[in-house]
Design a protein around this ligand. Structure first.
Ligand code: ADP
Length: 259
């Protein structure tokens, strides 16, 4: 009878639809799973290296008749590597939060300039020690509605990278008004970044030069933390770079209008 056929037709349609949805969900899960496995493989790899170095340094420290200078050197090596592992886990903790909880940012209205002033003060001695000039350009007040702690983390990461990878010259930090948005930029006279790296630069654990980054205490996670924080603010991190000339990292967020 006709009615029954209709009902069966509708039922078959919904079953088909359910099967399709399940298949799509399954695909998504599989992709997520693969991503997680890769992430854990990366972490294991990143932790194994410093542990190896620490273990080697401790073995050396056990040697009899070790010169005091050597002893100091091995202690320092071990400490440096322990700090690196600690930093790695801090970064991972931050990253996990962005993945699983988008409500993690606590917005407040504040002056962006204050955060930059503080960062400049904090990094001044480090830049000076390297013989780099740390410059502020055009710093005026811009009120924004964002998470001040997270914005601090973004600015810190960008300035610390600029200082870390620049051998000579200067690092310039500035604010620029672009219509209703304010642009924050960090510009350096460092080695620049080859075009072939730009696509993946903000991926977790991606480095243009693994040895150099590790040597400088890098975890390879800094820029992915920056990207995560800015994405949670509906913004994005961008870079313009020329090899042998330098890099300019920047992002834009809306200026807060009190109306
Ligand atoms: P890392 O802990 O290795 O610094 P990041 O995620 O902060 O990790 O940066 C990823 C990579 O991007 C770095 O290893 C480095 O190769 C490159 N990079 C970042 N900032 C700069 C810069 N200002 N100049 C040149 N290369 C940079």
């Amino acid at each position: 009878d006709l009615n029954r056929n209709d009902e069966f037709g509708t039922l078959a349609d919904s079953l088909n639809h359910m099967a399709r949805t399940l298949r799509a969900d399954n695909e998504k899960l599989k992709m997520l799973n693969e991503k997680q496995s890769q992430f854990f493989a990366d972490i294991t790899h990143e932790v194994r290296n410093p542990l190896h170095t620490i273990s080697g340094a401790l073995e050396m420290l056990e040697l009899k008749n070790l010169q005091p200078e050597k002893k100091k050197q091995y202690m320092l090596t071990a400490q440096k590597q322990i700090k690196r592992v600690a930093r790695l886990f801090e970064d991972i903790k931050t990253l996990q939060r962005y993945d699983f909880d988008e409500n993690f940012i606590n917005r407040e209205v504040f002056d962006l300039k204050e955060i930059i002033d503080e960062a400049l003060m904090m990094y001044e001695p480090i830049a000076q020690e390297k013989g780099l000039q740390l410059k502020a350009a055009n710093l005026k007040s811009f009120m924004v509605n964002a998470d001040p702690n997270k914005m601090e983390q973004v600015v810190d990461n960008l300035i610390s990278n600029a200082i870390k990878y620049t051998q000579e010259g200067e690092v310039e930090v500035g604010l620029k008004q672009m219509d209703e948005r304010v642009e924050v930029y960090v510009k350096d006279t460092g080695p620049g970044i080859g075009e072939e790296h730009l696509d993946r630069l903000f991926d977790r654990f991606y480095r243009t030069d693994k040895a150099r980054s590790r040597d400088k205490g890098g975890t390879g996670l800094g820029l992915s933390v920056v990207k995560g924080i800015l994405n949670a603010h509906q913004s994005d991190i961008k870079v313009e770079s020329e090899e042998g000339v330098g890099s300019r990292f920047y992002f834009r967020i809306p200026i807060y209008e009190n109306s």
